[in-house]
Design a protein around this ligand. Sequence first.
Ligand SMILES: [Fe+2]
Ligand SMILES: [Fe+2]
Length: 351
Amino acid sequence: MLPDLDALEASLLNTSGNVKLDARFRTLFTLKGLASLSEDRMERVIEIISKGFGDDSALLKHEMAYVLGQLKDTRALPCLTKILSDEEEHAMVRHEAAEAMGAISSPEALPVLNKYLHDPDVSVRETCHLAINKIELDNSDMGKKEQEIKELRDKAHGDAIDAAARAAAPIDPAPAIVRVPNAQDEQNVYTLENVPLFRDTLMNTSLSLFDRYRAMFALRNTVQQGGKDAETPAVLALADALCDESALFRHEICFVFGELCHPASVPAMTRVLNDSQEHEMVRHEAAEALGGVLEEADDDAAQTQAVETLKRWAEDQQAPRVVRESCVVALDEMAYNNDPTQFQPMDSVAA
Ligand SMILES: [Fe+2]
Ligand SMILES: [Fe+2]
């Protein structure tokens, strides 16, 4: 039997006042899963999530904006436009709303994204730049050609990545680089030998943020698809970019580490979370990345380091709220998943 949407609404919105934050996150991702089952459910899920933005947790709201984007349905655009346009809203939530518009990729969102290309908050401005570039690329002949190449490769490597995993893959804020010099259309380019090429693009500050993001996701794909030897070099190339001056760029590197859950990222993510001078959005993603290592990596030393760092900041009342809450949610999620009487793990999180 499918879960009852009214009950999920009450849980997400915490109408009883007793629902813990990690449970609300799980509800959000349950709603995301249900939305794709029918048009009616999609509409109702968008309506439920749209009601949640009165909450006082920026962490939860940014996650809700993320999910609205991942639903890839233009009916979420009015809600997302409202959030982006609310200059009183937390910048991390507004950033996520702009990114969600990029994920939906409808040219309808271009006017509002262009408007906030000049926002006082640099992360909001940069996200609008990324979303505009993504929408323009997705809707261009070149973008469509790149999509064809990607599908051709997915088919050529059909055994390695199954269709269900492809369908569930998150929509990236910028598509990974698809073409490299001298590569055939059907050939995998996410290989160890291309790591220096992707790294050069990632680190090249004379390029646009959008192009550098494309290299970031190419390195992410290299960790996932380039074979065992390519994993650590690609993780370390990503970590090198944590010295970039854009907080948005740094937070996305940490988000990618959260997707990868690779033990080689733990020293860098520990450093970021422990740095109280670092931007809260970046530290939040580092906390989630360490949480991911707890869930998925098979490396005791890395997991011990991750738990210790998360505990430290979960208890630090001086830490920014989004940082503290990210650590609390990661630890509660670990406890929930280790509890044999529970069975509903959370499937993904927002950048
Ligand atoms: Fe983000
Ligand atoms: Fe996030």
